[in-house]
Design a protein. Structure first.
Length: 260
């Protein structure tokens, strides 16, 4: 089977970092060859970069999640810029808006999102977007930022086909997590059908979003991206091998993994 690439896994999270040897062994057994260690705080971004330098099959991102926007200090952009300059860093993210939990005031979320988009545009970095119950405003800020859609991925997509079409028409790439396997997310599977092969990615968002048939597991991990691939194969009337091949090629191309 072609190599699977988990494009978004929080390996520096406490629920995974303490068991990484086993996580990596199980990932290899499941056919996962490469992983991108996603981040949402400065601390996590630093830890992810350290991990990426320890393993040749790992890369990382750097960014401040909307949940933590209220914690943005006066020098947070400088810290992200330093981390993003490293060759092992492939994107600024995850960044965006989350109006479901509102853990940070919306004004802070919008400001920090815009500031990080400006940084990513200036650095020429890919961008990993988190958006929840805020799609219209997320798109408005993206469009106003001047960043190119071709450099943006909507991670852990939970949008319906109409919104996914809007993002695709702008040029964005779409990534699906275990949520696409849930019984009540038929709308998301409809969205997954319309994404072009070259702009489809898969992820676990581990340790969160465990897919069926392991949804009861509290801690998700990269090995389970195989379940996401299998579900997308059924949705798109193809094989898990074909999904692995096309999503792997899309990940290499989008994040520039073949250039590192």
């Amino acid at each position: 089977m072609p190599e699977l690439i988990d494009t978004h896994c929080h390996l520096a999270h406490g629920r995974l970092r303490q068991q990484l040897a086993g996580v990596f062994d199980r990932a290899r057994a499941a056919g996962v060859g490469r992983m991108i260690c996603a981040t949402g705080t400065i601390h996590e971004s630093k830890a992810a970069l350290s991990l990426a330098h320890q393993h040749d099959f790992l890369w990382c991102t750097a960014g401040l999640h909307p949940h933590d926007a209220k914690e943005a200090g006066p020098n947070y952009l400088d810290a992200i810029e330093r981390l993003a300059a490293d060759a092992k860093n492939v994107a600024v993210g995850e960044i965006g808006l989350d109006y479901h939990y509102d853990f940070s005031p919306r004004e802070d979320q919008r400001r920090v999102f815009s500031e990080q988009l400006d940084l990513a545009r200036r650095l020429g970095k890919r961008i990993v977007i988190h958006t929840r119950e805020a799609f219209d405003e997320t798109m408005a800020i993206l469009l106003a930022s001047g960043v190119a859609g071709e450099g943006v991925v909507l991670h852990c997509c939970t949008e319906d086909a109409a919104n996914v079409r809007r993002a695709l028409d702008w040029g964005a790439t779409i990534s699906f997590s275990g949520i696409v396997t849930f019984k009540k997310t038929g709308y998301l599977r409809e969205a997954a059908r319309i994404v072009p092969d070259g702009r489809l990615l898969i992820e676990t968002d581990s340790p969160f979003c465990s897919p069926e048939p392991v949804r009861k597991m509290r801690t998700n991990e990269p090995a389970h991206v195989a379940h996401v691939a299998a579900r997308l194969a059924a949705v798109r009337n193809t094989t898990p091998e074909a999904i692995a091949e096309l999503t792997g090629a899309a990940a290499v191309r989008f994040f520039g993994l073949d250039e590192l």
